[in-house]
Ligand binder design. Structure first.
Ligand code: 9D3
Length: 255
């Protein structure tokens, strides 16, 4: 897979592929990252890429020409068709389904806005989709582009070991993960849940499933509302609620 990022801050984006899973995937040649600074196509001695907004108001707007020229260079750099995604607060909130779709594409161009935003005509003419990270204010699209790259790369075949891909099976999808523990068995006066020490595989799996259902119910009821629980899951969640109501300590607040 080939990524092309159009950004005023290429040096900010580059490090995302230098570490961890993405770093190893890059070494294996599973993807390429190319960075394009639209300032190269800016105007005047300062190579300006922004200008004042029509209609007045605060801030500056990224103009059509430099971004269009950058995207032309992106298209010409490789014969394969390129899907163009802009990162902006006006986009839909990014989700795993979008990442899976992107990860199946041969080429993805990521357009990062700065200032107040991008001239709407550039978005209409050249951009296929707009995505956001969520309802909070960032300084630009670069961090969102890095999120897209990281989320795609780990889905590329060969990027992960077997252990993690097994975790992505449909059984756990849509739920929060259960808590995890490692040695020592007791730390800061807190013991590992006894069920995990039994070595009894079926009991351990039941405990994990119950914990995952319970945490999702407490922390992300919106996720549970999108699922239909089978009878086994419904019983496990009932179990969890009963146990929780009997114990005094509720880290996530009360009902
Ligand atoms: C405070 C400025 N806002 C005035 C109403 C508009 C605004 C313009 C540009 C807010 C943020 C930005 C820059 N943000 C992004 O380009 C961005 C973003 C974000 O801010 N939040 C979540 N996801 C994304 S993706 C790109």
């Amino acid at each position: 897979m080939r990524f092309d990022v159009v950004t005023l801050f290429p040096e900010l984006v580059r490090p995302v592929v230098e570490c961890g899973i993405a770093g190893r995937a890059a070494e294996q040649g599973l993807f390429e990252l190319h960075l394009w600074n639209p300032r190269r196509w800016g105007s005047g001695v300062h190579q300006a890429v922004d200008d004042r907004p029509y209609g007045g108001g605060p801030g500056m707007v990224m103009g059509f020409e430099p971004l269009s020229a950058a995207l032309s260079a992106v298209r010409e750099a490789d014969p394969r068709p390129v899907h163009v995604v802009a990162l902006s607060p006006q986009g839909r909130r990014l989700d795993q389904a979008a990442l899976r779709r992107f990860a199946g594409m041969p080429r993805l161009a990521l357009l990062c806005g700065r200032y107040e935003g991008i001239d709407e005509r550039l978005l209409e003419a050249e951009v296929d989709e707009e995505w956001s990270l969520g309802d909070y204010v960032l300084s630009g699209g670069e961090l969102a582009a890095m999120v897209v790259i990281d989320g795609c790369v780990r889905l590329l075949p060969g990027a992960l070991g077997h252990a993690d891909s097994a975790q992505q099976d449909s059984f756990t999808e849509g739920l929060l993960d259960c808590p995890h523990y490692t040695r020592p068995e007791v730390v800061a006066g807190r013991a590992v849940p006894q069920e995990l020490l039994t070595g009894h595989h079926a009991r351990i799996e039941r405990w994990r499933r119950r914990a995952a259902l319970g945490r999702t119910w407490e922390r992300r009821p919106d996720l549970l509302a999108e699922m239909t629980l089978g009878p086994d899951d419904a019983a496990l969640l009932d179990d969890y609620r009963t146990l929780r109501n009997r114990s005094g300590e509720h880290r996530d607040g009360d009902d």
